[in-house]
Design a protein around this ligand. Structure first.
Ligand SMILES: NC(=O)c1ccc[n+]([C@@H]2O[C@H](COP(=O)([O-])OP(=O)(O)OC[C@H]3O[C@@H](n4cnc5c(N)ncnc54)[C@H](OP(=O)(O)O)[C@@H]3O)[C@@H](O)[C@H]2O)c1
Length: 342
């Protein structure tokens, strides 16, 4: 291929369905306040399946995915923060640098709506819309952070603060869930984790979970949580399920507890018994990933506690379609990675 050209994937609408299409295009040029990044690794999130499947709007021809890590290879004339060779990761909301979330940030989230993402050999970013990742993490592990880990971080250390000895419930063993497990361990909390598969529960135990429940074999897991906590319940819940899990979460919550509402794995909704919320003096925290400032705080924590993001399989760029299928199969434990440049 011509030196000025690169490979990239676009989501094309074919027979009313979105399909991944491997294409080529010119390597983009950074503007004065932009940088060109050679993408080394990207990771998949459940959101990327929803976009692929048409559950979230995306324009025809959109470049998908939000999470990448790579090397700065060219800087615009006015760029002061970065130089060629710096190692960086993408920011899920390119406009959310600091302060509280503004709903206008949502439309520009990478890899959805009309905003191209990172499934490409090179990407141009505004200079403030990437985070320096230092040298401790591999590109693959850094690519695991921008959406999943940052969401867990905001839920546990920004909107509330997990403290030692508190009881935390985490649903599933995907990207958000295992980041939360690692963060909760580092904070000294005890973790109950739910999974559909016993082998994953064993792995979660090895990562520090104190109690495990198979939610297929024990569908009334709220009762099991009451049993193992001597009726007290858990004080923090990372709610990944949505309507199919929310009422059980409310049952499992202790008085004064908080639910971080993150996921929609069982759909959108729910209509819940709000009297429970009242009677427990509980809080629901709505979470949307995090800001650049949160990302930097999280990186410091990851470095201080020597946390290594949990990766499952690493796919080649050519096998991106297989990576999507693997995530969809729910065989994964932690993050699914695509190696773009070795
Ligand atoms: N609010 C935000 O800003 C934000 C950010 C990131 C993600 N999310 C949402 O968070 C959820 C997880 O995202 P992800 O990228 O971490 O997904 P993921 O890596 O694909 O993990 C999904 C895992 O969740 C578990 N799961 C599925 N149904 C479940 C249920 N009914 N009860 C308990 N666990 C269940 C499964 O774990 P097992 O295989 O162990 O059963 C599954 O493998 C998604 O709904 C996603 O849209 C929200």
């Amino acid at each position: 291929m011509d030196d000025n050209m690169m490979r990239l994937y676009r989501l094309r609408i074919v027979n009313k369905k979105r399909v991944l299409s491997l294409e080529s295009g010119p390597i983009p040029k950074p503007g004065p306040k932009e940088i060109l990044v050679l993408i080394k690794a990207v990771s998949l999130n459940y959101r990327d399946l929803m976009i692929h499947d048409g559950l979230i709007f995306a324009t025809d021809g959109l470049i998908p995915l939000s999470d990448a890590a790579g090397i700065v290879c060219e800087t615009g004339k006015a760029v002061k923060r970065w130089k060629a060779g710096d190692r960086v990761a993408s920011l899920f909301f390119p406009d959310w640098l600091d302060g509280a979330y503004d709903r206008n940030y949502g439309a520009n989230a990478l890899g959805g709506n009309t905003q191209n993402g990172v499934l490409s050999e090179y990407v141009v970013f505004p200079e403030n819309s990437v985070i320096g990742i230092g040298h401790e993490l591999s590109f693959a592990r850094a690519a695991a952070l921008p959406c999943a880990a940052l969401t867990a971080w905001q839920a546990m250390f920004v909107r509330t603060r997990i403290v030692p000895d508190e009881r935390v419930l985490i649903q599933g063993t995907g990207g958000v869930a295992l980041s939360a497990l690692q963060f909760a361990n580092a904070a000294g909390a005890s973790v109950i984790i739910l999974s559909s598969q016993d082998d994953k529960l064993e792995k979660a135990k090895n990562l520090g979970a104190t109690h495990t429940i198979n939610y297929i074999n024990i569908p009334h897991w709220d009762k099991e949580i009451a049993r193992v906590t001597n009726g007290k319940g858990v004080s923090f819940i990372l709610e990944n399920g949505g309507p199919g899990t929310f009422d059980r979460s409310l049952n499992a919550l202790s008085t004064g507890g908080r639910i971080a509402q993150i996921g929609v794995l069982t759909g959108f909704g729910p209509s819940s018994n709000l009297m429970q919320l009242q009677n427990k003096n509980a809080d629901i925290l709505g979470i949307t990933v995090g800001s650049a400032y949160h990302f930097m705080e999280m990186l410091k924590f990851i470095s201080d506690y020597k946390i290594s993001p949990v990766l499952d399989k690493v796919f080649s760029f050519e096998n991106t379609q297989l990576a999507y299928e693997y995530l969809r199969s729910r065989a994964h434990f932690g993050k699914v990675i695509i190696n773009v440049h070795s």
